[in-house]
Design a protein around this ligand. Structure first.
Ligand code: CDV
Length: 313
């Protein structure tokens, strides 16, 4: 018998600075209700789903940015989302800015089961951008100012009769993200993102180039680890700053099985057979049979590029 998990990638259109959490949660609930009506069991929302993509805004005093962080999950504004999920029997995952009781700041996401219990938390490892205002850029990307790198690695959880892991936005571009989860047998990676349509520097890179690299990264991660990947955008123009859409689901062979073609709130639904991950895991990417870890040392011992190791013999 196949293990079907029907997922809903719940893309969110723009969230402006002036939009409050309660209005965003209402949009998320509307998407969840539609997803349930269309047969989904698991709804996945984007990175920093509750607010505008605030790392584009420079706050001289970092404490000012705490307005965008959650000190409790669920909190008063997000409780209705949890209540709806429990009432509908819907599992969910979404990203948010986390401020811990110790005053630590993370770009986080959670896995919530059908009873509304948080069973897993991930904190974004690969933080792009910069920590200080950069006047040469068309827009700021201050993740290194507002967050510290995740401190939990890339765990995988037993979830919905399968093995599920999380990643966040820039993590999707790093093969290590998927491989660490692949080594735990991951069958589905869920990830949200906020990706500007321009990079702030290049005059030549097109939106088509950026969407190509988004797809390439997700499809390669899926294929190399024989896992489903559900990638969910926050999209559209937030206070004049455009984010691309491109919400998609890649199957364990790396093929895209569905993709949204707009930048508004919307759903991409697919019944994912978790057993479809077996073929790749037992053949081309049978790690136990084929990996040669004695040659992979540089992956963890070096961070940047160093001297070449080639010899003349
Ligand atoms: N939110 C992100 O991590 N965005 C990055 C941008 C800055 C390139 C991304 O990888 O999509």
């Amino acid at each position: 018998m196949s293990r079907l998990l029907t997922v809903a990638a719940a893309q969110l259109g723009p969230i402006h600075r002036a939009d409050d959490r309660a209005s965003v949660v209402r949009r998320m609930i509307a998407l969840m209700q539609q997803a349930k009506a269309r047969g989904a069991d698991f709804v996945i929302y984007p990175e920093l789903a509750l607010t505008t993509f605030f790392p584009r805004w420079y706050c001289e005093d970092r404490v000012e940015a705490d307005q965008w962080f959650e000190t409790a999950m669920p909190g008063p504004d997000t409780q209705p989302l949890f209540d709806t999920a429990r009432a509908l029997g819907m599992a969910m995952s979404f990203g948010y800015a986390e401020l811990t009781p110790e005053g630590r700041h993370f770009n986080s996401s959670i896995l919530v089961d059908r009873t509304g219990e948080i069973i897993g938390k991930y904190r974004k490892v690969h933080l792009p951008g910069h920590a200080e205002r950069d006047p040469t850029r068309a827009h700021q990307h201050l993740e290194k100012r507002y967050f510290e790198p995740g401190d939990r690695g890339f765990p995988v959880w037993r979830f919905e009769n399968g093995l599920v892991g999380m990643a966040i936005c820039n993590d999707r571009r790093w093969p290590e993200t998927y491989r660490v989860m692949g080594l735990q047998g991951v069958e589905m990676v869920v990830l949200g993102y906020n990706t500007p349509t321009t990079n702030g520097h290049s005059k030549t890179e097109t939106l088509a180039d950026r969407l190509f690299h988004h797809r390439l990264s997700v499809q390669a991660g899926a294929y190399h680890n024989s896992t489903w990947v559900v990638a969910v955008a926050k999209a559209g123009v937030e206070d004049g700053f455009p984010l691309f859409g491109g919400t998609l689901i890649a199957d364990p062979s790396g093929k895209i099985v569905g993709e949204l073609d707009h930048e508004e709130d919307g759903l991409l639904i697919h019944a994912c057979d978790l057993d479809a991950t077996r073929f790749g895991k037992e053949t081309m990417f049978n790690f136990a049979a084929h990996r040669r870890v004695e040659h992979y040392d540089l992956i963890t011992s070096r961070i940047g590029v160093g001297a070449p190791l080639g010899t003349t013999d």
